[in-house]
Design a protein around this ligand. Structure first.
Ligand code: NAD
Length: 380
């Protein structure tokens, strides 16, 4: 069994799918690992570390894509998916992030090449799969980095300081959407000394907000069916979002930093902060919109850009996890390593047990067809 690790080519990606440490642990099984030269350099993992871990360095990318039985990537989407599709042969397995709830038609077309595609975003939210959950790993990094970026742009410090030149008031930070990223943002802002408030539609988030020392903001409106059985947020009605915006305007006007994280898998992100709400905020305030890539939680967000409106800076970072590529790759690689250990038997042979919930949920295509029930429904 040969596992291939090509260099990422999509969207100036800095992360790498497996680190040398992952490879040396995987090689306890009788497998071979082919690594494209330079694959880990942008993430801080030089070629020599891969060689020391037991991998074979390959300079011919096309040969690696042809020879590997399993191809491990961060991005199996856009041009990189097209390339994989052009090179893969019947039965070859591709594992990576594929944006499956949005790209289901492209994946249905790609299935015809005979590749077996495994989408890491579809790892079920069950205890046994927690160590394979790349969305949680990347969200942890995103929540942390959002606060760091806000601190860099804010014209004020986060902690209260009593100095000979007077007392500096602490920064007020507000986190909207308290899933994995939001909770990490609350904890990071708190550690930096901010006074932190947070809001989520899920009632269960209240306890979690309190657990990291932040204050839950209560709005006098109740959301319905806030999460799916799988633990993901559900889309709220237009009427709810409008009432939420009205109730939120006053809270926002008092903040120095706002971090928004509300995402709905496969859907456009809800607008939580309108242009009028930005105009009521204090000049010098900073909004970091972690939902920028799926439309943005702020009406003025431009993905990948910095927008300044009425003195308020709105950041819409793209691939924010990639700005901490070493740790992001360590977490991603370990999630992937844990999944590979489930898919490979002791002889290093691939065993796809479709009775296993993790396999059933994550395998998108197999044997020339889209096999994932959820995606088949979407593709009609
Ligand atoms: P997410 O990225 O899908 O969404 C971010 C947050 O935005 C969610 O908490 C959601 O409730 C919130 N949101 C959506 N619409 C909103 C709105 N209109 N206003 C305010 N907030 C809104 O969330 P996530 O990080 O995937 O986490 C969701 C939940 O799943 C959390 O409770 C998390 O702890 C849990 N989780 C469980 C597991 C597991 O059991 N294996 C793994 C990961 C996450």
């Amino acid at each position: 069994m040969k596992i291939g690790l090509p260099k990422e080519t999509t969207n100036q990606e800095t992360r790498v799918a497996l680190t040398p440490a992952n490879i040396s642990r995987l090689m306890k099984k009788p497998i071979q690992v082919l690594v494209e030269a330079g694959a880990g350099v942008a993430a801080g993992y030089p070629d020599q570390e891969y060689v020391d871990a037991g991998a074979t360095l390959i300079t011919d990318r096309a040969a690696l894509l042809r020879d590997a039985d399993i191809i491990t990537v961060v991005n199996a989407k856009d041009e990189q998916l097209d390339e994989l599709r052009a090179h893969t042969r019947e039965g070859q397995l591709v594992i990576g992030m594929m944006d499956p709830l949005v790209q289901y038609q492209t994946l249905a077309d790609a299935a015809e090449s005979g590749m077996t595609a495994v989408a890491l975003e579809l790892i079920p939210r069950i205890t046994r799969a927690q160590s394979m959950d790349v969305l949680s790993s990347m969200a942890t990094i995103a929540g942390y980095k959002a606060v760091i970026q806000a601190a860099q742009y804010a014209p004020r410090l986060f902690p209260m300081m009593m100095t000979a030149a007077g007392t500096l008031k602490p920064c007020r930070a507000f986190v909207m959407g308290v899933g994995v990223a939001g909770l990490q943002a609350c904890a990071t802002a708190k550690r930096l000394g901010a006074v932190v408030e947070a809001y989520d539609i899920r009632p269960a988030a209240r306890e979690q907000i309190l657990s990291v020392g932040a204050k839950p903001v209560e709005l006098d409106i109740e959301a319905e069916n806030t999460e799916t059985k799988g633990g993901y947020a559900t889309e709220q009605s237009d009427d709810f979002i409008r009432r939420q915006q009205q109730a939120m305007a006053n809270v926002l006007a008092q903040q120095d930093v706002v971090i928004t994280t509300a995402a709905i898998p496969g859907r456009k992100a809800p607008v939580l902060v309108t242009k009028a709400m930005v105009e009521a905020m204090k000049p010098g305030s900073v909004i970091v919109d972690l939902a920028a890539e799926t439309g943005g939680n702020c009406e003025l967000t431009q993905a990948g850009e910095e927008v300044v409106h009425n003195g308020v800076t709105i950041l819409g970072p793209k691939n924010i996890a990639g700005t901490a590529a070493t740790h992001a790759s360590q977490m991603y690689g370990t999630n992937l390593e844990n999944l590979l250990k489930l898919l490979l038997d002791d002889q290093g042979q691939l065993q796809l047990d479709f009775e296993d919930e993790i396999v059933k949920d994550t395998v998108v295509s197999h044997g020339g067809a889209l096999v994932n029930t959820r995606l088949r429904e979407l593709a009609g």
